[in-house]
Design a protein around this ligand. Structure first.
Ligand code: CP
Length: 308
């Protein structure tokens, strides 16, 4: 296996299959650390990680923080609401100042697509994308893929359906890049207005309806309806959405018995998924959250290693 050579992780689009597999196998070896009584290894001792989040987050922010601490790094989280961002400081100036403070890695979440890539070009330290606009959320897709691999032992040949707000979803885009590179067969299912034009060029199939998406699927990844990105016209009525696309017990009864139900969180219960399914036997939603720590440990470790 080739050594990791990238300073940054900004997306899965440009990664090779081998690089994705290296992150997954590194995460496998780190997963055990979280089961120890003392959940810590010295791998990043002396390194400093700065979490720079311009958008709200629970899972990603906390798990990057936990992951950095489990690797013995020093970690600082900047809430942009109480930082000099509020005084008009640009993303690039903020990044350069974090670099001047001798940090080693910036983990950035931003509402603009391309923000992580732009920041990575303007600083010498590593940048990890924790979600940029509608573009990519690479560590979410990696933890989704890691969770699927734990369930099935492989990704090659799996049928995975992504259901929901594909148009606004960085999670969908990163999952499509990652899953197709690893040989999965990916379908997407959404109201027409939420399916991006030419999505088939990413190597996916558009399902005719929700029953078609669930039929024969090994896994369904249910996306959150992103009401905060709604411009007032794009979304159908919430109840209408649940009736036509919601993941319910009745719908899952027609799917494979062992279908794996995933959701990146946060959940809109009763809109894209019923509570019976979110909390039911097929759901791996909380396993995804736990696996986020191992994936983020792996990514922090690999990008930090490019400087050694
Ligand atoms: N899945 C995800 O990105 O969740 P958060 O917004 O809480 O980080």
């Amino acid at each position: 296996m080739k050594k990791w050579q990238r300073k940054d992780l900004v997306g899965l689009e440009n990664l090779t299959r081998e690089e994705i597999e290296l992150i997954l196998s590194t995460a496998e070896s780190f997963k055990e650390v979280s089961t120890r009584e003392i959940k810590k290894v010295p791998a990043l001792r002396g390194k400093t990680v700065v979490n720079l989040f311009y958008e709200p987050s629970t899972r990603t922010r906390v798990s990057f923080e936990v992951a950095a601490k489990r690797l013995s790094a020093d970690v600082i989280t900047i809430a942009t609401e109480t930082s000099s961002v509020k005084k008009g400081e640009t993303l690039i100036d903020t990044g350069r100042n974090i670099q001047a403070l001798k940090a080693d890695i910036i983990v950035v979440r931003h509402n603009c697509s391309g923000a992580a890539t732009m920041l990575a070009r303007h600083v010498d330290i590593s940048v990890i994308n924790a979600g940029d606009g509608w573009h990519e959320h690479p560590t979410q897709a990696l933890l989704d893929i890691f969770t699927l691999k734990e369930k099935y032992g492989k990704i090659e040949g799996l049928k995975v359906s992504i259901v929901g707000d594909i148009a606004h979803s960085r999670v969908a885009r990163s999952n499509i890049w990652g899953l197709t590179k690893l040989g999965a067969k990916v379908s997407v299912c959404a109201p027409k207005m939420l399916v991006p034009v030419a999505i088939e060029q990413m190597g996916v199939r558009i399902a005719n309806d929700i029953d078609d998406a669930l039929k024969d699927a090994n896994a369904v990844n249910v996306l959150r309806m992103q009401f905060e990105r709604d411009e007032g016209t794009a979304f159908p009525q919430q109840m209408e959405y649940f009736k036509n696309f919601g993941i319910t017990r009745e719908r899952l009864e027609k799917a494979k018995k062992d279908i794996v139900v995933m959701h990146p969180g946060p959940l809109n219960r009763g809109i894209e998924i019923s509570s019976a399914i979110a909390d039911g036997a097929n759901s791996v939603i909380l396993e995804q959250v736990t696996n986020g720590i191992a994936i983020r440990m792996a990514v922090l470790y690999l990008v930090a290693g490019t400087k050694n």
